[in-house]
Design a protein around this ligand. Structure first.
Ligand SMILES: [Zn+2]
Length: 352
């Protein structure tokens, strides 16, 4: 596929710039649909975050992750397949649509994905994935895609057949009753910003992306200097998991997520929070699609910040707190709130 070829100047697959745009308001979106936000983020951090949440709440959250991610993917694919396009896809091209989703996954950094069995008659899909960005998020993606295409519910299970290699079994049950599903959050109205990205002249992605290597065969994107693995995915799929956790387990969950992300950031080397100047940090946040850093002030025991159009705010706050903890070597706590219009205000302080 031609669009998977790397740009001659920056080395990023051409498809990335063709499908995505970095806006001046600190968001990254699909080029075709500027309401559909995306993130370019450390994907090991996402799995690390889930593991820490499980540690803190003392129970597995596999099912919640898969089901929530499924809802976001199903909603997205259903919208794509509306009208005659969907009818045609259902009639002749289901396998092709699924294979295209897989192909897309490789360029987004999801891992080496292959369809092993595609049994239309018995409504069964079996996939193999090596080094997934997150086996649980990917299982949710697969379930969501097949449910949207076939308009039915299904089950998904996975098994690690050797280290890093998984087989995912996805049965679709044509006569299963549709489960009642919560609505997805509405996209927030965004505030305009004045971030100017320096873009590659040939393919229109921010120049920072040239620091990353795309291995399309393996479906892996890495920061070449530090080895940090990255992936491109939508923030809604992550936020619905957090919302579902809060619905099920109570109002302390957002702070638990901040704590879990803080623990992860302290324990690992996270190059995402580099930035020797405020401008550099602001730009890097925007390249990841996390929002627009409009203020950053020192306080007596730390710093305070405001971010407009934030995505996954609990992850931003936890990362900032973890970074400051690693930097100062002291205990750190974070206080944060989201305003009515969606701005994120937070303060990170050292604790004596
Ligand atoms: Zn380029």
């Amino acid at each position: 596929m031609n669009s998977l070829k790397p740009c001659k100047i920056c080395g990023v697959p051409k498809k990335i710039g063709r499908d995505h745009v970095w806006n001046s308001d600190g968001t990254m979106t699909q080029r075709r649909d500027r309401n559909h936000r995306m993130l370019f983020m450390d994907s090991d951090a996402i799995e690390g975050l889930f593991a820490n949440i499980e540690k803190l709440i003392g129970m597995p959250i596999d099912k919640m992750i898969i089901e929530s991610k499924k809802r976001a993917t199903k909603d997205y694919i259903s919208k794509l397949l509306r009208g005659s396009k969907g009818f045609l896809a259902r009639l002749v091209g289901i396998e092709r649509v699924v294979r295209k989703v897989m192909e897309q996954g490789r360029v987004m950094g999801y891992g080496d994905i292959n369809v092993r069995i595609f049994n239309w008659k018995d409504s069964y899909v079996e996939c193999e994935i090596t080094n997934p960005y997150s086996i649980r998020l990917f299982s949710g993606d697969l379930k969501g895609a097949t449910e949207a295409i076939r308009k039915v519910t299904g089950t998904v299970t996975y098994e690690e057949v050797e280290p890093g290699r998984f087989v995912i079994y996805n049965y679709v049950a044509p006569f299963a009753p549709e489960l009642e599903e919560r609505l997805l959050p509405h996209p927030m109205k965004r505030k305009p910003g004045d971030i100017k990205h320096e873009l590659c002249k040939a393919c229109d992605v921010p120049k920072d992306l040239a620091e990353f290597g795309w291995d399309i065969e393996k479906g892996i994107i890495r920061h070449q200097e530090t080895g940090t693995r990255m992936a491109i995915f939508g923030p809604v799929g992550i936020q619905v998991i957090f919302d579902e956790l809060e619905n099920e387990l109570g109002e302390n969950i957002p702070d638990t997520i901040v704590k879990a992300q803080q623990m992860y950031t302290v324990s690992g080397v996270n190059m995402c929070w580099r930035g020797s100047s405020r401008e550099e940090l602001r730009r890097w946040l925007a390249v990841q699609g996390l929002g627009n850093l409009v203020s950053l002030e020192r306080t007596s025991k730390g710093f305070s910040a405001r971010i407009e159009n934030p995505a996954v705010p609990a992850v931003i706050v936890g990362s900032a707190a973890g970074f400051y903890e690693a930097f100062t070597g002291k205990s750190v706590s974070a206080d944060w709130k989201l305003s009515e219009d969606g701005d994120l205000d937070f303060e990170v302080v050292t604790v004596d």
